[in-house]
Design a protein around this ligand. Structure first.
Ligand code: ASP
Length: 338
């Protein structure tokens, strides 16, 4: 029996750290080291390992993930595993999901516990990721599943997975939808297929993305926010270098009344997406009246972010702007997310 050909691309992160002389963890391990630490991989797949970078995921950038997506798009393999840090996994995996349209499993995995600790989770997560990539159900549904994240024996959709704890082993979850599959013994047990119309629609609009970086500011709206940052963004000649804004809004899509006028004016100057600071879930569109309600904000031109978490909305807005989409098309792309 020929084993599936799996490419492991290592970017860095805690999974790839090792202690220096002082005991502090530093980036160091490459893809070959990660694979060598899990002998059982050889029984599942023909692995080809490649070290792409050795950086913490807090230092990854949009350009690097675009380059990674281009690399993955050109690979002649049966599945791809990306190893990286956990800090930005919820963003990088979603960006890969927006950029890739492949019918092979593409999985991002990582580790919460570094290799110097007792019972590190990196080897188990890598083994689980390869097991998922080789699973017949996953392979048959690869396009329908989109890019996945595998952490602690659960499989998540890139569009939904969130890092919900800074240090715990069980730091990942998809609070809105739950996992796509779970692992037990040596089996992958399917649970659900994601609803992907909005992502497929976004991809069609995005086309081939050749543009340059389009930084997006992420502003969390909170109790009594006066809007000074919004004003600074608006007034600065170059908008402080930002091309768009995502607001983590209150409740169903609200802002404090004292900041409403500034935020509405901002939406006339830069594409401004309202996204729920509650962490995702569809927002209201037509329930509350009043000067800072969702009805007023939508009328003033704020783009409604749908059910996307603000971090995912920021990734999607950067990608739309990089692709050169105008405000109205961007609003349509987001509208499909609910
Ligand atoms: N700071 C690390 C990173 O994201 C954390 C981790 O990998 O868990 O690269």
């Amino acid at each position: 029996m020929t084993l599936p050909r799996i490419k492991v691309l290592a970017l860095g992160g805690t999974i790839a750290t090792r202690p220096d002389a002082s005991g502090a963890m530093q980036m160091g391990l490459g893809a070959d080291d990660l694979v060598a630490a899990v002998p059982a991989l050889a029984t599942l797949a023909a692995i080809d390992a490649e070290t792409v970078s050795r950086v913490g995921s807090h230092s990854l950038g949009f350009d690097q993930i675009h380059a990674l997506a281009a690399r993955i798009a050109a690979l002649d393999v049966d599945g791809v595993i990306v190893t990286q840090g956990t800090d930005t996994l919820e963003e990088t995996s979603f960006l890969l999901d927006l950029l890739l349209d492949r019918d092979i499993p593409v999985i991002v995995t990582a580790a919460m516990r570094n290799p110097a600790l007792t019972s590190p989770d990196g080897p188990g997560n890598l083994l689980a990721a390869v097991r998922v990539a080789c699973d017949p159900w996953v392979r048959a549904h690869a396009r329908a599943l989109g890019v996945m994240a595998v952490m602690l024996d659960e499989v998540y959709a890139a569009s939904d997975v969130l890092k919900i704890h800074p240090t715990r082993l069980n730091a990942f979850a998809s609070p809105q939808t739950g996992p796509l599959a779970t692992l037990v013994e040596d089996r992958v047990v399917p649970l659900s297929l994601p609803v992907r119309e909005a992502i497929v629609g976004a991809r069609k609009r995005l086309g081939t993305i050749g543009g340059k970086a389009a930084p997006v500011a992420l502003l969390w709206i909170a109790l009594d926010e006066p809007g000074h940052l919004v004003e600074a963004l608006m007034m600065a000649e170059d908008h402080l270098g930002y091309c768009g804004v995502v607001l983590g809004g209150l409740g169903g899509g609200h802002v404090p009344e004292r900041a409403a006028d500034l935020i509405m004016r901002l939406a006339g100057i830069l594409p401004t997406v309202m996204s729920p600071r509650a962490g995702g879930g569809p927002m209201l569109r037509q329930t509350y009246g009043g000067p800072s309600s969702e009805i007023a904000l939508r009328k003033a031109g704020l783009i409604w972010g749908g059910r996307l978490h603000p971090l995912k909305a920021r990734v999607l807005l950067e990608t739309c702007l990089r692709a050169g989409l105008g405000r109205d098309i961007i609003a349509e792309v987001f509208d499909a997310f609910g």
